[in-house]
Write a protein that binds this ligand. Structure first.
Ligand code: NAD
Length: 250
């Protein structure tokens, strides 16, 4: 679909999983894609794949949790590729922990990447979007809409992304920048395969946070992100759109 012809789209966390699938999907939809990731070689690899498939992409290294990294990265994208009109905040980290054992360092990292990182990237692109228009899609999670055991930092970070999205939706809705979030459930990516099961945890505690129909493929969620970011989603503002195999429906 030609949803984004000649528009510059920034995707963070685009070296892996959902970010990578989203970068590919937006390129198929004719965006010029800036592939941003902490992992520089993964970003380069993703951009190479997109180009090999006939799309347009360039890789950039960024640590979304650090303004000193975000500000120059966004400026470089704008200088190289043009004004960003789409931002998808996919970069994210998480792990299970018993909260009484969770370290402050781990808490700070999860909040720093998932929540502060989303804020910093939004702040970085807003100056480019105001005046010309734009769309931001943040990646929340079912964990931002419900309690999930052994995931205090992750739930807090994604709950923060949910209300950050609503706050920005209200603040910018009359100024040409739409801000929304998608909230996936479990997806088949590196993140889920590396979380592991917390020691001493009871499997039945996880029954409510996994869909009976299994995991989504990241490409399925990427299709939703493409729609929300496109002009077809024009009237969608400040929304949290769930795609989670029914985890949060009842
Ligand atoms: N996998 C799931 O089940 C699931 C479910 C709901 C929501 N999510 C969310 O989807 C998003 C993508 O997750 P995924 O499953 O594709 O994970 P992933 O681990 O496959 O990819 C995450 C990417 O983010 C990058 N990243 C990490 N820290 C970064 C930083 N400081 N700066 C820039 N990039 C950084 C990593 O290098 C990696 O390439 C995350 O926000 C995650 O919380 C995932």
């Amino acid at each position: 679909m030609a949803r984004f012809t000649d528009r510059v789209a920034i995707v963070t966390g685009a070296g892996s999983g959902l970010g990578r699938a989203t970068a590919s999907r937006l390129a198929e939809d004719e965006a010029i894609v800036a592939v941003l990731d902490l992992n520089e070689s993964a970003a380069a690899d993703a951009a190479k794949d997109i180009e090999a498939a006939g799309g347009t992409a360039r890789a950039y290294a960024v640590d979304v949790s650090d303004w000193a990294s975000v500000e120059p990265a966004v400026a470089k994208v704008a200088n190289d590729l043009g004004r960003p009109e789409v931002l998808v905040n996919c970069a994210g980290v998480g792990k299970f922990a018993h909260t009484e054992e969770e370290t402050p360092e781990s808490w700070n990292r999860i909040i720093g990447v998932n929540l502060t990182g989303t804020f910093l990237m939004c702040r970085g692109v807003l100056g480019h979007m105001l005046g010309g228009g734009g769309a931001i899609v943040n990646v929340a999670s079912n964990a931002g809409l419900m309690g999930q055991p052994y995931s205090a930092a992750y739930c807090a970070s994604k709950g923060g992304v949910v209300n950050l999205t609503r706050a920005l939706g209200v603040e910018y809705r009359a100024r040409g920048v739409r801000v929304n979030a998608v909230a996936p459930g479990g997806m088949n990516t590196d993140m889920i395969s590396t979380w592991g099961f917390p020691e001493r945890a009871k499997p039945k505690e996880f029954a409510g946070i996994t869909s009976p129909i299994g995991y989504a493929e990241p490409e399925e969620i990427a299709g939703l992100i493409s729609f929300v970011a496109s002009d077809e989603g024009r009237y969608m503002i400040g929304q949290i759109v769930s795609m989670d195999g029914g985890i949060t429906c009842g």
